[in-house]
Write a protein that binds this ligand. Structure first.
Ligand SMILES: CC(C)(COP(=O)(O)OP(=O)(O)OC[C@H]1O[C@@H](n2cnc3c(N)ncnc32)[C@H](O)[C@@H]1OP(=O)(O)O)[C@@H](O)C(=O)NCCC(=O)NCCS
Length: 140
């Protein structure tokens, strides 16, 4: 079972960026320059560990967006992405956010729907990949 750590960026920068580069740049072909957007130091980050090895990550921005969800390919389909998402939702709830917004790659929308997110509006392209905005209402 993976363990999830919530952390600031600076102490875990190397681990977080190495997962993101592997998944978004090497696997999905996203331009490496788009990967560093200057927002990481403002975010709450989640890091998933399997046998002590960092294998997945995601982040929660101050404006209630969740993003940069990534699990190394050989560790997928065993609930790690869900555990990361749940930890970030909990962090948002605990600080009083009223909803969460995210831009999901369209192919991954069902991943977010399983935790209650609903699609909002029409799909759009970002970093050359089709996305759809999704929202989860927290509390009332
Ligand atoms: C999306 C991602 C973070 C999910 O991580 P994970 O650890 O595999 O997630 P879980 O095991 O908790 O849940 C997987 C389930 O999500 C659903 N799902 C639907 N579309 C999916 C997709 N394109 N990718 C992953 N899961 C998808 C499936 O039900 C899947 O179950 P299955 O593996 O039995 O088919 C991971 O696949 C990933 O890093 N993908 C590449 C990067 C990416 O696309 N990030 C999302 C940006 S919006």
């Amino acid at each position: 079972m993976a363990s999830i750590e919530l952390t600031e960026f600076s102490p875990k920068e190397e681990q977080i960026l190495s997962i993101r580069f592997e998944v978004f740049v090497n696997e999905q072909g996203v331009d490496a320059s788009l990967e560093i957007d200057g927002k990481d130091s403002e975010c709450v980050h989640a890091l998933a560990y399997e046998d002590g090895k960092p294998v997945g990550t995601g982040r929660l921005l101050p404006d209630s967006h969740i993003g940069r969800m990534a699990v190394l390919s050989e560790y997928r389909s065993r609930g790690i992405g869900t555990a990361i998402l749940e930890a970030l939702i909990e962090a948002a709830k605990n600080r009083g956010d009223s909803r969460i917004i995210l831009a999901s790659q369209t192919h991954a929308a069902s991943f977010y729907e399983r935790l209650g997110f609903g699609a909002v509006g029409t799909p759009f392209f970002e970093a050359g990949i089709e996305h759809v905005l999704m929202q989860l209402q927290l509390g009332e």
